[in-house]
Design a protein around this ligand. Structure first.
Ligand SMILES: [Ca+2]
Ligand SMILES: [Ca+2]
Ligand SMILES: [Ca+2]
Length: 380
């Protein structure tokens, strides 16, 4: 009976933490933009326990016992490795369609956790991947970042090592494709050149929300991270928005294209039980838009058209912009193509009048956005 009661008690505790605690987000009220971000930063910093990186079965190794198990695809309770999971329905029920599976735990306990020896191919062991590369924020000694289960995830050792400190991005020409379709190659996102690492579509939103968590949880240190001057880091040196426009725009798109799933909700609850803080963008994905603005989409019929561009279609490179507000108040203007890629950012666009000089844009339809104002225009 005593045993029964204690397992019942554990069961109740499990239920009790498997949801947003009452009052957790008190004080967010009607906040938006940087004010909401800063309030969330304080909420998710309170209660965050640094559980350590871990050795053996402690720290993150222990976290993965509950945070990243496959009860969604194969439903076989193996490690859910986003760099090797094949999310397509299994053609043969009960038979995994993943290239390989990892059992939780150390080798001595029959698991596939990496030890001291590794191999240069996929499928050997799983280790701990800083989905935002640790070199960008000061390396393994920079805690609690380096130990934060909200964005440090279990992945295949080999894919992780090939990724190194590449940014996530979208690959134009792949130089390497891993077994589940994860890719490395040249960036096709305007605003960033060089090599990037592209997770599969199923997990792009998961990754995006992890990184939005990072720039919120650690907003007070973002300027320090930026000043480390690590080549390729996506920070913008400010608390807000926190990432450079090419990167934040891509994350907003990824988050919109791959909305929150049960897997992320469960993971968020498990991480909260483990280290005491939550990812607010899994609990309230609508806050992503409240803070950083809408992800631009191709067929957004709701364009407010509260900016006017002349001439439109554009002739030459100079356009005159008028709006229903004083445009001088806006510190930046952005031009996007119709797949939402930022193709030009103009600093202090309207300080000296209402004209903008466009880069040499290919023929097509574009979106000009400044502040909350936007419109479409044509280059032909
Ligand atoms: Ca699986
Ligand atoms: Ca699978
Ligand atoms: Ca997803």
């Amino acid at each position: 009976m005593k045993k029964y009661l204690s397992s019942l008690f554990i069961g109740i505790m499990g239920v009790a933490v498997a949801q947003i605690p009452t009052g957790y987000y008190d004080g967010t009220g009607n906040l938006t933009g940087s004010a909401l971000k800063t309030k969330l930063s304080s909420i998710i910093t309170n209660g965050h326990r640094d559980m350590g990186y871990g050795t053996g079965s402690t720290g993150l190794w222990k976290a993965y016992q509950t945070t990243d198990r496959d009860t969604y695809y194969e439903k076989d309770n193996t490690i859910l490795d986003m760099y090797s999971e094949n999310p397509a329905a299994n053609p043969v029920p009960g038979v995994s369609n993943d290239p390989y599976e990892y059992k939780y735990g150390q080798a001595s306990a029959g698991g596939n956790q990496c030890g001291s020896t590794n191999q240069n191919n996929e499928g050997y062991c799983y280790n701990r991947e800083h989905s935002l590369p640790k070199s960008f924020f000061g390396g393994q000694s920079a805690v609690p970042m380096a130990n934060d289960a909200n964005f440090v995830i279990p992945t295949d050792y080999f894919v992780n090592s090939k990724r190194g400190n590449l940014n996530y991005g979208e690959v134009g020409t792949a130089s390497q494709t891993f077994l589940n379709g994860t890719k490395i190659g040249t960036s096709k996102v305007d605003g960033f050149f060089g090599t990037v690492f592209e997770p599969i579509n199923e997990f792009k939103g998961d990754m995006a929300r992890m990184h939005l968590y990072f720039i919120t949880r650690y907003e007070n240190q973002l300027n320090d991270f930026y000043n480390l001057n690590v080549t390729g880091n996506p920070f913008d040196g400010a608390k807000f928005p926190g990432f450079q426009s090419w990167y934040i725009n891509m994350l907003l798109r990824w988050s919109a294209q791959d909305p929150v799933s049960q897997k992320e909700i469960d993971r968020n609850n498990a991480v909260y039980a483990y280290q005491g803080n939550r990812n607010p963008f899994i609990d309230h994905p609508e806050w992503i838009t409240s803070i950083w603005g809408p992800a631009l989409s191709v067929d957004d019929a709701s364009f407010s058209k509260n900016l006017q561009i002349a001439p439109n279609p554009v002739r030459g490179s100079v356009i005159t912009v008028t709006g229903n507000k004083d445009l001088k108040q806006f510190s930046k203007a952005f031009i996007y193509n119709l797949v939402g890629q930022n193709v030009q950012t103009i600093e202090k666009p309207f300080q000296n009048g209402n004209t903008i000089t466009l880069k040499n844009l290919p023929k097509g339809v574009y979106i000009l956005k400044t502040g909350e104002l936007n419109t479409k225009f044509i280059v032909d």
